[in-house]
Structure formats: C-alpha cells, structure tokens
Design a protein around this ligand. Structure first.
Ligand code: DP6
Length: 356
C-alpha cells in the first residue's frame, strides 16, 4: 500500500458534480510487461495528445449501501461491457479513496474520437475518471495541494490502466523508476524534467486508422506474456538503453537518433508479440505498406517523419510541425488508401488534462 495516498481525514459527504477532460497519450519508449500490482517492468516515456480525449462527469450523492455503487454511461448509453474493468478498478482504489464507499455515483463519459477507431481509450478514460475522483477528494479536503492532487490522480489512473498514469501530465511524461530521471516512480508518472531541444516541442501525431475493429488480444494479456518471455530480460535492458538514448536526442536535438529510438521501440513492441508464447500479430498488411512508404518518403524528401505503433494495427506518424504541409500532402496522396475508409486523425502534443 502506498501510505502517502491513503485518505485519512475526517470527512462528511453529501452530493456534488465533478467533471474533467483528459487526453490520450502516445508512448515513444513503450511500457510492455508488468508485475503485480501494475508495476511496470521498465520505464516508459510518452507525450499527451491534444485532440483525442475523454470527458467524464461524476455526479454523486450520499448513500448507505454496502460497497462501491455506480452506474456507468458511455455516450449516454449503459455499457455493461466496461463494468468488469471498472469494478476491478474501484476494488483496487477503495482503500485509497474510502469516501467512495459512502456515495452512489453516476459516471457519464464520452470520447472526442470515434469509439470504433482502434484507438485505445483506456488511458484517457481512466485518467479522466481518476481526476474526477480526486476532485471529490478535494471537496472533502480543500487544503489538498496541486502537486499531490495530480500525483495521486496519476497513482489512481495507473491502477485502472498502466499507460493512463502518463495522461495526467502535459507534454512529455515518464513512468517507472529509473536512475536516469530524478524522482521517477513506479507508482505514478511525472513530467519529463530534463532538457528538451526546441525541435521536439511541437511534435505532431497523425493516427492512420488501418483497422478500426476491436483488438483480438488485450494489452493486459500481452503484458502478462512478457513475464515468461524468452526475450523478456533483454527487452528490459533495451528499454533502459533506449530511454537513455532518447534523453540524449532530446538534449542535443539529434533527430536522427530520436527517429532510430522511436521506430526501434515500435518494432520491438510488435516483435515481442510475435515471439511470445502464445504468439500473435496485431499488424496488418497495410501497417507494413505504410511503414515502407514512410521510409521511402524520409529518404526522398530528407524528412524527419517517423512512425510508432501501439498495441494494434494503426500507425502513428510523428513529425515536427514545420513539416505539416508536406506530410499532409503525403498522407492524402499516398497513405490514406491504406487506411480504413481513408480515415486518419491529425493530433499533436498537448497541454494535459483540464477541469470542465
Ligand atoms: C502498447 O496501459 O493498455 O500502449 O496496464 O494492462 O491497462 P494495462 O495496459 P495498457 O498498455 C499500453 C501498452 C502500449 C504501450 C504504452 O502505452 O506504453
């Protein structure tokens, strides 16, 4: 138990409404593999997006029923499918937020991006919900300070979905204890506090929707397979070395090094999936066609465009804003035919969550 996060004030609760919006994030150094309870096998680094977010409203009122009582609505409709994950989340956080046992909640959530776009929504969803929970805690303890508010929100988010703890933070965020970054923690994410060269301050992320169907293989299952993975230890060493290299690239502005690390991380993530037991493949033929086209474009146009992948077939194109026009032309002329119904989402590095 993380003692710092146990709520022990005397409190009384009546009713209220809280509301937060929180973004999705894209990892450059991937979190893949964890130990109980939601402790990452390696540190990860990501940036928060701007346009892909979840908005969540929690209305609560006093209640004397046993346990956690809530109703969950997504886009105005009940979603029993999400309730297992939410039940498990509330079970894990109730010792840190005992006030939730004294209320009944109506949770209403919606995403800015289409649900069936293959974009993982657990990061934005759990971070938005955790921020709402912290807002309730703040009503009970108005003296609660801002750094603690966000640290605990990240801590709670992590217990819902690992990558969600990074969404609490604006721009670049690091999760997982490492000697390379002071104050880093396995329990919550922190802002990346080392030097970042100007070239990385306006990164764009265009998400090419290659396959919008639901994932056949959950990330949680993939993480689990890393514990008995034949290349598990080597992957942990590689992630550490890649983190150190990306820190070097951020500091010096070495874009070539940045590209090498980002693409290595994406391909290793999928290589781990293909070599686990059981093995599985989430890339689709069009994912590979896009990757090859990006490589050709980069050489031909002397461009800084690179790609990363999540646990799915979609491709995230990462590039500096200065290349926006040429990359958009390239997408329309070459890449959009590899996307389902020609769909892609233009996003960029964002300023983190905010209270509605
Ligand atoms: C490939 O955070 O979705 O996106 O903790 O089981 O909910 P759980 O997993 P999740 O894993 C995300 C993995 C990834 C890489 C990353 O975001 O770092």
């Amino acid at each position: 138990m993380q003692d710092e996060f146990v709520f022990d004030s005397l409190y009384s609760i009546s009713s209220g409404v809280v509301q937060w919006r929180s973004p999705s994030n894209i990892a450059l150094i991937k979190y893949w593999g964890k130990k109980p309870v939601q402790i990452p096998s390696n540190s990860s680094l990501s940036f928060s997006l701007s346009k892909c977010f979840t908005s969540t409203k929690v209305s609560f009122k006093k209640n004397n029923k046993k346990g956690i009582n809530y109703q969950f609505f997504f886009d105005g409709k009940k979603k029993p499918r999400f309730e297992n994950k939410l039940d498990y989340f509330f079970e894990k956080i109730s010792k840190y937020c005992p006030y939730l046992l004294k209320v009944e909640m109506v949770i209403e959530s919606s995403n800015s991006f289409p649900h069936s776009s293959g974009i993982a929504s657990s990061a934005s969803a759990f971070s938005a919900l955790s921020l709402c929970i912290m807002e309730i805690e703040k009503l009970l303890n108005p003296k609660l300070e801002k750094p603690f508010f966000f640290r605990k929100a990240s801590f709670l988010s992590r217990l819902g979905s690992g990558s969600a703890c990074r969404s609490i933070i604006e721009k670049f965020s690091v999760w997982g204890k490492t000697d390379l970054i002071s104050n880093s923690s396995d329990f919550f994410a922190l802002p990346f506090n080392l030097k970042i060269h100007n070239s990385f301050n306006d990164l764009c992320d265009t998400i090419l929707i290659v396959d919008k169907s639901e994932k056949e293989f959950s990330s949680t299952k993939g993480h689990e397979l890393m514990n008995s993975h034949i290349f598990g230890d080597a992957r942990i060493r590689q992630a550490k070395s890649n983190l150190s290299l990306i820190i070097e690239a951020f500091e010096s502005g070495n874009y070539e090094l940045f590209i090498k690390v980002v693409e290595t991380e994406a391909l290793t993530l999928h290589a781990m999936m293909m070599t686990s037991n059981p093995y599985f493949i989430l890339m689709k033929p069009n994912t590979l066609k896009i990757i090859n086209s990006v490589w050709e474009f980069r050489v031909k146009e002397n461009s800084k465009l690179c790609f990363t992948l999540d646990a799915g077939a979609n491709v995230h194109l990462i590039y500096p804003k200065s290349e926006q026009d040429s990359v958009q032309r390239f997408i329309l002329e070459v890449l959009s035919c590899y996307c389902e119904n020609g769909k892609f989402i233009n996003d960029m590095i964002g300023t983190g969550p905010f209270k509605l």
